[in-house]
Design a protein around this ligand. Structure first.
Ligand SMILES: [Zn+2]
Length: 86
């Protein structure tokens, strides 16, 4: 089994790990029910997409209650789906 010849320095190790940070996912607000949802995805709370009911709305106890998000992220982009009128 190949083994590194030299110990990786703290500098090289940290330079490698400088790209390992996770970024927060972009989230948008449902224009129908104001629930936080992923952009370009049907709202799982009310089942609306582009102003139309496309899915049956879930029961309130099944919907994601926002666990892990203490508040609405300030970097949430405006929902772009409403601007895409054809
Ligand atoms: Zn919704």
């Amino acid at each position: 089994m190949p083994v590194p010849k030299y110990r990786t320095s703290a500098s090289k190790r940290n330079m490698r790990r400088s790209h390992h940070a996770l970024s927060t996912p972009g989230m948008s607000i449902c224009p129908n029910c104001d629930e936080v949802k992923a952009p370009h995805v049907v709202c799982h709370a009310c089942g609306h997409y582009k102003g139309q009911q496309v899915l049956e709305a879930r029961q309130s106890n099944e919907a994601w209650d926002g666990a892990g998000l203490s508040e609405t992220p300030s970097t949430a982009e405006k929902d772009t789906t409403s601007n895409e009128s054809k």
